[in-house]
Design a protein around this ligand. Structure first.
Ligand SMILES: [Zn+2]
Length: 71
């Protein structure tokens, strides 16, 4: 599957490793955004219909920026 690396202006970096996430196309408008770093211990992913919605999920952080503790 083709991965598109998302720009920093568009998507926040992975909260665990700091890499920019990649985006995969699913069926129809379905999109998956996730950390594609093989060395990332968590490799979080978000998915949903339409790119905007998934970006909203990916960019939403339960812990505010600057307070995220890395493992
Ligand atoms: Zn990561």
């Amino acid at each position: 599957m083709k991965t598109t690396v998302l720009a920093a202006a568009e998507a926040k970096p992975c909260p665990w490793c700091g890499e920019q996430p990649g985006m995969w196309r699913g069926v129809g408008a379905y999109r998956i955004i996730g950390c594609d770093n093989a060395n990332c211990g968590v490799a979080p992913k978000a998915s949903g219909y339409t790119k905007d919605r998934v970006l909203g999920v990916w960019n939403k952080r339960a812990v505010e920026d600057g307070r995220t503790e890395k493992p």
